[in-house]
Design a protein around this ligand. Structure first.
Ligand code: COA
Length: 345
């Protein structure tokens, strides 16, 4: 039997502060109609003052570990990989403090930074370590608080991004079990580093010393080219993986794509010849939660009854770097669904 990494738990977390399109329209020259038509987004959440990315990561992980305890029994977690581009601090990584706060002891814990593709890169890393025998039960978290780095004057990024976290638990298992990660396709192209960026605060434009150019401390994105690249890269990556797996003729049953923009998801669907109904969508409620996006969408799909055990599922993402990737699995039986998130006020 081939050793594999099997998904056995999923969880998510959102800050309590919800920001509607109407509220954004009271702050910016924008409207609910513009945001809904151009992006499909109706609401997003922003982190409460004094809270940070690790707080959301701990919440999402707690839920995922509870589900894993029910489906796979109690076993110690021996690896934590956290995808984030908004760590609590530039140094050290945020994963160790998350592991500490979860009471996981001194297990290896580290961050992966691949912006909106971060969760898939983190998942591939953890799957590799589990299949290589370096870990038996791994916690993989995607968590971001982009509200902390958005330009307060930029209506476009304010409309798109939201804060949130999601997590999955992997256990060592066998390749023919439901939940086994069946394959990945990953890519990157640094020629596009300026399309999605925070220019200042790193070693190129330093946080101290010479003042950063006006606005360079904020997240900046070139929406048009990003849209085009996102459709191209997610479609190509998905096609590559689907062909490798022999999933053709309307498969997979479900696509859980990075929740960037409903028009991006529709365009990827057209490229792949898949129906819009095959796409899991929660961006209307949460916007683009960056590394949190795919695991949060998985968690919401379980809660909404939108993912059934035995369904073939494709995950695909695109993000800053540029980075992109896809992964595939047969959805496992995770028992009773996670509780539905509270109604927005
Ligand atoms: N409200 C109202 N108008 C807005 C707006 C907002 N929130 N944001 C931008 N606009 C304006 C623009 O300023 C522009 O005005 P102009 O024509 O006077 O210059 C106009 O709307 C059209 O802009 P355009 O960029 O052509 O719109 P679009 O249909 O491409 O939508 C995005 C803009 C940002 C929604 C879209 O490009 C997008 O989703 N890009 C990908 C973003 C993304 O997914 N990023 C993360 C990737 S991981």
């Amino acid at each position: 039997m081939t050793r594999a990494a099997v998904l056995c738990g999923v969880g998510g977390a959102l800050p309590t502060i919800a920001v509607s399109n109407e509220e954004l329209a009271s702050r910016f020259d924008t409207s609910d109609q513009w945001i809904r038509t151009r992006t499909g987004i109706g609401n997003r959440h922003v982190i409460e003052p004094g809270r940070a990315t690790s707080d959301l990561a701990v919440e999402a992980a707690t839920e995922a570990l509870a589900v894993a305890g029910r489906t796979a029994g109690p076993a110690p977690v021996d690896l934590v990989v956290l995808a984030t581009s908004t760590p609590d601090r530039p140094c050290p990584a945020t994963a160790p403090v998350v592991a500490h706060r979860l009471g996981l002891g001194t297990v290896p814990a580290f961050d992966v930074a691949a912006v909106c593709t971060g969760f898939l890169y983190a998942l591939a890393t953890a799957v590799s370590m589990v299949t290589a025998g370096l870990a038996d039960r791994a916690l993989v978290i995607g968590a971001d608080t982009f509200s902390t780095i958005l330009d307060p004057a930029d209506r476009t990024t304010a409309a798109i991004f939201g804060d949130g976290a999601g997590a999955v638990v992997l256990r060592a298992g066998e390749a023919d079990e439901p939940g086994a990660l069946l394959g990945f396709d990953l890519g990157a192209d640094g020629a596009g580093e300026d399309l999605i960026t925070v220019r200042a605060g790193g070693s190129r434009q330093r946080a101290s010393g010479e003042a950063a150019a006006e606005g360079d401390q904020w997240f900046a994105m070139q929406g048009g080219p990003v849209f085009t690249e996102a459709v191209l890269r997610m479609s190509e990556s998905s096609r590559t993986l689907l062909e490798r797996l022999g999933w053709t003729g309307g498969e997979p049953a479900k696509v859980v794509a990075h929740q960037a923009n409903i028009r991006i998801l529709r365009a990827v669907g057209e490229q792949l010849g898949l129906d819009e109904k095959q796409f899991v969508v929660n961006l209307d409620r949460v916007g683009n939660t960056v590394a949190g996006s795919i695991p949060l969408a998985l968690r919401d799909a379980v809660a909404d009854g939108d993912l059934a055990s035995g369904q073939r599922v494709l995950l695909t993402a695109f993000g800053g770097g540029l980075t992109w990737g896809s992964a595939a699995l047969v959805w496992p039986d995770l028992g009773r669904p996670a509780p539905t998130p509270p109604e927005l006020p």
